[in-house]
Design a protein around this ligand. Structure first.
Ligand SMILES: N[C@@H](CCC(=O)N[C@@H](CS)C(=O)NCC(=O)O)C(=O)O
Length: 202
C-alpha cells in the first residue's frame, strides 16, 4: 500500500502514528506529496490534492485521517482504536471531535503563516490565535477525562498531533497556564511512534 503525506501535516501524522502503533510499517510505503502548488504531479494521483491519501493493495484510494485509521485498524482483524461500548462511545466521539477541532484551528493558522506576508490576513491570524487560547483552556480540563488517559486511542492521537504543531508556529503558545495538558502531551510525545514522526519546524 502507499500512503501520501507531507512531513508537517498533522492529519498525515495521525495515520503515520497509527501505522507504527499497529506495526503496519512494513506493508505501507510512505510517499511525500507536493501539495498547495500549481500543477503538482500529485493532483494526477489525488485530485483533491490533500494528504493523507492511502492507496490500498486493491487499488482503491481513501482520504480522511479518521477513515484511513479505522480501515487500517481493522486490517488485522484485531482493532485497538475502536469505540467503547454503550454511552461511553459518545464520550469517545465527543473528545475526538474536540481534538480535531483544536487541530483544525492550529492547521488553518499555519496554512496562513506559510503564505507570502502580503497575502496573510491579520483578521484570520488574530481569530486563530484567540481560538487557540480558548481551546487550550478547554483541553486543560478535558485532559483529565479517563478516555484521554487509558490505552492509546484516536482522540489521544489526534490531540497530540495537533498540540505538536507548536513546533511549526512560533506564535502558538498553548502551554502557559496549562500544566496538565503540557504534562499529558510530553508523555504521549515520548512514545516511539511520535518520536519517529515529529514534524519539521519549517
Ligand atoms: N480532514 C482531513 C484534512 C486533510 C488536510 O487538510 N490536509 C492538508 C495538510 S495538513 C492538505 O493536504 N492540504 C493541501 C491542500 O489543501 O491543498 C483529514 O483529517 O485527513
Amino acid at each position: 500500500m502507499k500512503l501520501y503525506i507531507t512531513p508537517g501535516s498533522p492529519y498525515a501524522r495521525i495515520v503515520r502514528v497509527a501505522i507504527l502503533e499497529k506495526g503496519l510499517e512494513h506493508r505501507i510505503e510512505i510517499i511525500p506529496a507536493q501539495t498547495r502548488v500549481a500543477d503538482s504531479p500529485y493532483y494526477r494521483i489525488n485530485p483533491s490534492g490533500r494528504v493523507p491519501y492511502l492507496i490500498r493493495d486493491d487499488g482503491v484510494a481513501m482520504e480522511e485521517s479518521a477513515v484511513i485509521c479505522a480501515w487500517l485498524d481493522h486490517l488485522d482483524g484485531k482493532p485497538v482504536f475502536g469505540l467503547p461500548a454503550g454511552d461511553e462511545a459518545w464520550e469517545a466521539r465527543r473528545l475526538e471531535s474536540l481534538a480535531r477541532s483544536i487541530t483544525d484551528g492550529f492547521a488553518v493558522w499555519i496554512r496562513e503563516l506559510v503564505r507570502p506576508p502580503a497575502e496573510r490576513s491579520p483578521t484570520l491570524l488574530q481569530h486563530e490565535a484567540q481560538r487557540s487560547r480558548r481551546m487550550a483552556a478547554l483541553w486543560e480540563t478535558e485532559i483529565e477525562h479517563p478516555w484521554m488517559n487509558g490505552a492509546l486511542n484516536m482522540a489521544q492521537i489526534t490531540l497530540a498531533c495537533g498540540l505538536a504543531l507548536e513546533a511549526r508556529n512560533p506564535d502558538l503558545h498553548w502551554r502557559p497556564d496549562h500544566p496538565k495538558l503540557s504534562a499529558w502531551f510530553d508523555a504521549i510525545n515520548a512514545r516511539p511512534s511520535f518520536k519517529a514522526t515529529a514534524p519539521p519546524s519549517q
